[in-house]
Design a protein around this ligand. Structure first.
Ligand SMILES: C[S@@+](CC[C@H](N)C(=O)[O-])C[C@H]1O[C@@H](n2cnc3c(N)ncnc32)[C@H](O)[C@@H]1O
Length: 486
């Protein structure tokens, strides 16, 4: 961490947590991550063969390195019967997260303004979910070890861990760019913003075909152009931390095995379906690998993966019987969070595009217009005329993997109660908190078990409708159970 460059080192040290070298005077962007929803993670693990969690019952959830804890606070408002904990050593992050929880009236979040090292010493209850988004590649080996100790001590017996990280081989061309940026920023004068500006300008000076690195890796020139447009707070955390490690998935799997965990699936849902990722020759070559570990690694090479969202479960994973796996999958609620017409006959998948029969999509739209349903119920309804159940199930999984449908926490939707109102005070607070710019507001939705992105226009229409104005009820929000009443 400590470089030998006098002034540059001093400024960098001032900007960092002294124990871990992590940047602490620049806040991270305030972003919502849908993959952190307990319902989403439950679905990802069940697709991988795990037993489903009963989300209607109380559970505990811990977000390590929560940043602004945007997702965790909204998720807490969506699951008022669960207990959420959010930990970060950056006081500005925890302060803003507390304010958001206060605004949404989410009293079920316990905030820990603490380092992971300090949290390890605290007396905490067992957690059903422990999540870390954007942590593992950005902290040093010591902190990663602490995180694993925390998991091994605090994860409940049938608990689930979500861990995202930068992985190889997808970073092989671009990794040197980060080193170049780090060194240029270290040598520059001024605050972080000025240093980043100088570093980008420096890279742009070098980023031309006279420099063989750029000539030999055209993708890096594109990456440089994209990076120059990224916001400063993101760049600071992504590129200017003393530590930035790129991992191989199998090494992370080994490290998690030491903490008593097994890999079960990916929260990047398409990654659970090799058919959506690669062609037949690649799939056959991977299938011919001598063991599961090598198949896991080879898949990263097949798709040149650079970021993983791994889901692990406690214990050695025993493969469920086919009947159990199917029963668990069929119990998963799924639904549509967009306008129903957006469930399309042609969807984008990592490998290209996938088409569905128009009649199938028409029938599915009619069902989804009623609200979320369990996969088994959708299959039963659509398989009526002797259609192939297995094919319908696969289509549904692919529609979820492509983002046309989404994992939900419960089946159901529209609640016509007569009066006009919101499902909860948190909904009203979230709708009223729209910022007046392009940024959507994430409104807690109990049926989804997550936040729904609501535009300013839709939020205003919902508030006006609730206030009794003679306007049409916002149909999407009503279908999602966010608005109640006819
Ligand atoms: C890249 S940000 C990710 C934030 C959030 N998870 C997200 O994705 O929006 C990493 C976060 O981890 C926190 N962090 C890093 N090292 C930490 C440590 N040793 N103890 C507690 N928090 C830490 C930082 O303050 C920062 O908020």
């Amino acid at each position: 961490m400590v470089s030998s460059r006098g002034a540059a080192t001093l400024i960098h040290m001032q900007a960092s947590d002294p124990s871990s070298g992590y940047l602490s005077d620049v806040t991270f962007p305030d972003r919502f991550h849908r993959e952190l929803s307990p319902a989403w993670l439950n679905y990802a693990s069940v697709v991988g063969g795990a037993r489903p969690k009963v989300l209607e019952r109380p559970f505990r959830y811990l977000d390590l390195g929560c940043g602004f804890a945007h997702s965790t606070v909204v998720n807490a408002a969506a699951f008022p019967h669960a207990e959420f904990h959010a930990c970060d050593f950056n006081a500005a992050h925890i302060g803003a997260a507390r304010r958001r929880a206060g605004q949404l009236g989410a009293g079920n979040v316990v905030f820990h303004e603490a380092s992971f090292e300090a949290l390890l010493e605290q007396d905490l209850p067992p957690f059903d979910f422990i999540v870390m988004h954007g942590i593992y590649s950005w902290v040093d080996a010591g902190v990663r070890g602490t995180v694993r100790k925390l998991i091994s001590r605090r994860l409940a017996d049938d608990g689930l861990v979500y861990l995202s990280y930068n992985c190889q081989p997808g970073w092989s061309a671009e990794a040197p760019l980060r080193k170049l940026m780090f060194e240029l920023a270290q040598a520059a004068d001024g605050g972080i913003e000025a240093r980043i500006g100088t570093a980008i300008a420096g890279m742009q000076t070098l980023g031309n075909p006279s420099f063989r690195y750029f000539r030999d890796h055209p993708s890096v020139t594109e990456a440089l152009a994209a990076l120059a447009k990224d916001p400063v707070d993101y760049l600071a955390h992504e590129y200017l931390n003393g530590t930035w490690d790129i991992h191989y998935s199998v090494d992370v799997m080994d490290q998690m095995a030491e903490a008593g965990l097994s890999y079960v699936g990916s929260a990047t849902l398409a990654d659970n379906h090799p058919m959506l990722l690669m062609d037949r020759p690649a799939a056959e070559a991977i299938a011919a690998m001598p063991n599961g570990r090598l198949r896991h690694l080879a898949e990263d090479f097949a798709v040149n993966r650079r970021f993983r969202r791994d889901v692990f479960v406690r214990g050695v994973r025993s493969n469920p019987s086919q009947a159990d796996a199917l029963r668990h999958l069929e119990a998963m609620p799924i639904g549509c969070i967009s306008e129903i017409e957006r469930i399309d006959t042609r969807v984008t998948i990592p490998r290209g595009a996938l088409s569905f029969q128009p009649e199938f999509i028409a029938d599915l739209r009619a069902l989804m217009a009623q609200g979320a349903m369990r996969i088994g119920d959708i299959v039963a309804r659509l398989a009526g005329d002797g259609h192939n159940r297995r094919e319908i199930l696969q289509n549904l999984l692919f529609l979820v993997a492509s983002g046309n449908l989404m994992p939900f926490a419960q089946a159901g939707g529209l609640v016509d109660t007569g009066g006009r109102g919101a499902a909860s005070p948190a909904v009203v607070a979230a709708l009223a908190s729209h910022t007046g710019d392009e940024t959507p507001t994430f409104v807690p939705c109990g049926t989804l078990g997550s936040g729904i992105a609501v535009s300013e226009d839709e939020a205003i229409r919902a508030l006006r409708w609730m206030a009794g104005e003679e306007i049409e009820r916002p149909a999407r929000l009503a279908r999602l159970g966010i608005l109640r009443g006819a």
